[in-house]
Design a protein around this ligand. Sequence first.
Ligand code: NAD
Length: 492
Amino acid sequence: MIDERTLDKARSLCQALIGGTMSGARSGMTFANVSPRDGRTLANVAACDATDVDAAVASARAAFEDGRWRDLPPKAKKKVLHRLADLMETHADELAWLECLDMGKPISDARGVDLPLAIDTVRYYAEALDKLYGEVGPSHPGRLSYAVHEPLGVIGAIVPWNFPLLMAMWKVAPALAMGNSMVLKPAEQSPSSAIRIGELALEAGLPPGVLNVVPGFGETAGKALALHVDVDMIAFTGSGSVGKLLMRYSGESNLKRVSLELGGKSPQIVFADCTDLDAAAQAAAWGIFYNQGEVCTAASRLLVQRDIKDAFLERVLAVAKGIVPGDPADPETRFGAMVSEEQMQTALRHIEAARQESGPPLIGGRRVREETGGFYVEPTIFDTAPSAALAQQEVFGPVLGVIPFDAPDEAFRIANDTIYGLAAGVWTGSVDLAHRSAKKLRAGLVWVNGWDACDITMPFGGFKQSGFGRDRSMHALEKYADLKAVTFSLRT
Ligand code: NAD
């Protein structure tokens, strides 16, 4: 269980990091970082506003222009990023506790999933940074032309609360690896690990000013960053509504680049010829209930071929019955608290609307553990229709809608019939049907006979209103670079 030293550390992470120095907001304003585990305030954190963002951007710009990071040889950059990964490993347990306390995820998941993936991300980009080659063009014989990648400049990263550290590192690691300077704005629900990463990056030898961290609200700190004329790019993970605002802010300011990783309504399709219904049932339940359903790729729609629907649903319900909300700080807990009272109320509203539209849930549907002061909602499953609100709107909570279908083409049509296109899954014993499905599904990620096979080597991002631009893989490095074409006219 959690000890006093860890709690003290969590309480101490309440300042902004600007130009290598920790400080409160210039205004002196703070906001309460409430732990959803018990509804208690962990710390009062600096509520940065436009003035702090100005200072952070100025510090990042100065660091970029004098080349203190950008112009280091690749080997030196690599060493710093590896040192950061080492420090994250040394402090893995402490970082895992910050994730657990800030956002209510089970400590076992924070230790077993978030931290290893975040550390892998830093190591991957430490190694990748000298493997992005330019090109020599087949130009006129009287010329020599080549194209090189150059860092963009100052990157503003705005991240959500569901995987606070991992989402931050998906942006921080490749942007730094490419030689950029940064201002990171964590979500107001989960500022601690971002602030701690700022400290660890300094300890690892990242020059002051290269990575700045400004905790604060979206409408103040986030908006100021996105409207700032000296920010070259906003890298965002979050909701579609904020994604749309960021495009507007870009147009209203300096046409900064924007990359958007947004929401989803991801379908998992189980065909009658699936050869491992137990594995599919595990994936159907955990695909939605992992991280309390607060996952952008959550498999929130389960499409089952009608012949096997009743039998398969029985297996899914059996798995779901074993997923019981518990104290995230207990190492035995596999399903914790929702991130905030607001997010819990949103999930309960969706559940109520689904009850009105589709009848009572097959399982779950209630708030539980209210006596703890925390924000817990049961895993919930409804039978639903493709056009129902539950099958169209992202809940971002532990609510699954089950939809039957008869033929593969009908399944593809239903699967593609939302505004989103982030992830999709298929369970089948037929190679032909698997390939056909992978082709037909309009999603940035398709998993066959498995769910959420997360791999840093593969690009991550969505089609349609799930956004554009990719995290992970070498594509993310390119995202943080400009391409310069250089041409020499040769005199003989
Ligand atoms: P959100 O969009 O409300 O907040 C995300 C971030 O944006 C936070 O840091 C917030 O402070 C900031 N923000 C809010 N308003 C802003 C504004 N006007 N200007 C600038 N910044 C602003 O989303 P959320 O509730 O934190 O996260 C849930 C959403 O994120 C879901 O829709 C989910 O699907 C999506 N998500 C997507 C991915 C992905 O990779 N595709 C991953 C995780 C979460």
